[in-house]
Design a protein. Structure first.
Length: 272
């Protein structure tokens, strides 16, 4: 049967577009040790926040039925999540490799008498890495759990033992900085596209520079300046690299040296 005129686009098309959009982000998050379960929780909370912004009545109250239909959650789930938000409670559940590491730090079977993570035997039995993996990574084989912890540089092999590598404060700060910058850039991208207009009229271009886009005029000026700066930047490269862009007289048959720069300029201004 052919598609009827005006028929809503299938969910499959939406899912494919979302998968393509998230593919690069997913690779980045996997390399940071962040699981799909953690992302799902964060996405649900973000959807609730966005739906609340769209479903708020003139008297300030939230239309919970509206939030439910926008998010695909039941009204009971929405009420629970909104109540948790008002109580400022946070879901502390961990998943994947992080759950294994926390178990290693908290479970007496895998700690020393002074509370530090023990070196665990690579064999089986009580106090072994296999015992830890079975307890905190569910049906995932211990070998797969070990390989993931090695990939994340959270453990190291010392002979026949697995040793926990405690993350240094500087490493933790560095990883948090990377995650914060990534989230800021994503937020700025959608702000440049006109979202979320209801939350803030100010966007941050980079450290120390913000623009009030409540009327769009300042953003249009910034867009023009970006174009001018880009042209000046490329002209400077061409001038500096001029010696490499011409054929040498002493080598008439040599291939011409070139520097190729591909530039894509997109406007993210909200259009009327």
């Amino acid at each position: 049967m052919g598609k009827r005129k005006g028929e809503v686009r299938s969910f499959g098309a939406h899912r494919e577009a979302l998968r393509d959009a998230f593919s690069g982000l997913a690779l980045f998050l996997v390399d940071q040790g962040i699981t799909a379960a953690e992302v799902q929780l964060a996405v649900t909370e973000a959807f609730i926040k966005a739906a609340v912004a769209r479903a708020r009545k003139k008297n300030g109250r939230v239309n919970q039925s509206g939030v439910a239909i926008m998010t695909g959650l039941s009204r009971g789930e929405v009420r629970k999540l909104l109540a948790n938000d008002r109580a400022e409670t946070t879901n502390q559940a961990t998943h994947g490799a992080q759950k294994v590491l926390e178990g290693w730090s908290r479970d007496a079977e895998f700690r020393t008498t002074n509370g530090k993570p023990r070196r665990l035997s690579m064999g089986s039995g009580s106090g072994s890495f296999a015992s830890l993996a079975h307890r905190y990574s569910g049906d995932i084989p211990p070998r797969a759990t070990l390989e993931e912890l090695l990939r994340l540089r959270s453990v190291e092999i010392a002979g026949t033992f697995v040793k926990r590598k405690i993350e240094k404060g500087s490493d933790l700060k560095s990883r948090q900085y990377i995650l914060t910058k990534a989230s800021e850039q994503l937020a700025h991208l959608f702000q440049l596209m006109g979202y979320p207009q209801a939350l803030t009229p100010v966007i941050k271009l980079f450290d120390g520079v913000t623009i009030d886009v409540s009327d769009g005029a300042a953003l249009r000026i910034a867009e023009q300046r970006v174009g001018q700066t880009t042209r000046a930047f490329l002209n400077g490269i061409a001038k500096s690299a001029g010696a490499y862009l011409v054929r040498k007289a002493s080598r008439p048959k040599a291939a011409k040296r070139r520097i190729v720069i591909n530039v894509s300029v997109s406007s993210f201004l909200p259009r009327a």
